[in-house]
Ligand binder design. Structure first.
Ligand code: FES
Ligand SMILES: [Fe+2]
Length: 363
């Protein structure tokens, strides 16, 4: 794959956007699996999924992109683990559904593992030489916990702490312990577009006045701010006068600013949108080169604030975003379009994302 495809000028004033092929070529999508998705952190769920000792929760990491069967467990010592859910004998899935277990037992030939993934026992293997060895344990997978949220990575190119440190500084002090998952309010959106187009759109507030008439009435466009970090982008939505905002203590760096929303994006697929009512997690699953699933997962700490301001009407805003992103997907297939330019004033987040994507895609 030609590396010229993945050159983005570090100076946004001179840079051109990603070539259109990056959003439509199935070969590039295939390359992204190993070069990008396997080496980065992805949202895996919240701590209530494995709340008590002995609880197990199998899931597939990024179906369509990685398709990796994984297992979250909480062991008897109350420690959380993420391990491969593939039996080290002949490769059956070990745990088929969520539940409570003393041990993990493969239903094919009865191999047993402890809840931290270590090999425990296996019938009919007395004569097998050099057995068991560490290769017979379930493979450990990197697991990170930020407040109540779990993220995993198969072969992380960056430390979890580095990824999430910008959120720590900004959001410490908010009542994450009180968050309750609103399962009835959770939604999956299927978008007929490349996953990176969805994020290009997420990473700029430039389109708000054009695409989101309702959101534009609550946010102050002039005050909208973008902050870049090594592996993340923060967008700060500032409320118009009279619109709901956080009550931040005098010690907080944003005290005096009427913050309506913190939009944190963690490279490449996870967003934590933090509002006065709680957190809306957006987890992006790239299903195919031109198909993406986006989960909207609401976690609430103050239900009374849910219906006003930038954090209200998220379904409508999402549908507006979907429609525009699907339009871009049709455009990037054109023979008559290749690359665009950036607005230094408004598209710093998109440029930063493209630089990261290019960095990971270069051979
Ligand atoms: S595949 Fe698991 S015990 Fe044989
Ligand atoms: Fe939008």
């Amino acid at each position: 794959m030609g590396d010229a495809l993945f050159e983005i000028d570090p100076d946004i004033r001179h840079a051109r956007t990603l070539p259109a092929r990056v959003y439509s070529d199935p070969d590039i999508f295939r390359l992204q699996r190993d070069r990008l998705f396997a080496r980065t952190w992805h949202y895996a769920g919240h701590d209530d999924l494995v709340k008590v000792a002995g609880q197990v929760h199998p899931f597939t990491l990024l179906p369509g992109a990685l398709d990796e069967p994984l297992l979250l467990t909480r062991d008897q010592k109350d420690e959380l683990h993420c391990v491969s859910n593939v039996c080290t004998h002949r490769g059956t899935l070990v745990v088929e559904g969520p539940g409570h277990e003393q041990q993990l037992r493969c239903r094919y030939h009865g191999r047993r593992f402890t809840l931290d993934g270590r090999f425990h026992s296996m019938p009919e293997f007395e004569e097998t030489a050099s057995f068991p060895s560490p290769a017979d344990d379930l493979t450990q997978v990197s697991l990170g916990l930020w407040t109540r949220f779990l993220m995993v990575s198969l072969a992380p190119a960056m430390a979890f702490d580095e990824l999430i440190s910008p959120m720590r500084g900004r959001l410490d002090g908010l009542p994450f312990r009180e968050l309750v998952f609103d399962a009835a309010g959770a939604r999956d959106y299927l978008v007929n577009a490349n996953w990176a187009l969805y994020l290009d759109n997420y990473l700029e507030g430039f389109h708000i006045p054009y695409v989101h008439s309702s959101l534009a009435t609550t946010l102050d466009y002039g005050e909208y701010a973008v902050e870049l970090d090594r592996f993340s982008v923060l967008q700060v939505g500032v409320a118009k006068p009279g619109e709901p905002a956080f009550a931040l203590p005098p010690t907080h760096r944003d005290h005096g600013r009427r913050v309506a929303a913190y939009y944190f994006w963690l490279f490449p697929t996870t967003m934590f949108n933090v509002y006065p009512w709680g957190v809306s997690v957006n987890a992006v699953t790239p299903l195919a080169v031109d198909r993406t699933r986006v989960a909207f997962l609401p976690f609430v700490w103050d239900a009374s604030k849910r219906d006003a301001g930038a954090g209200a009407g998220l379904d409508r805003v999402e549908r507006e975003d979907e429609a525009i992103v699907e339009s871009v997907q049709r455009g990037v297939r054109s023979r008559l379009y290749d690359r665009g330019r950036y607005s230094p004033a408004r598209e710093g987040g998109v440029h930063h994302f493209h630089r990261l994507l290019a960095e990971f895609m270069r051979a």
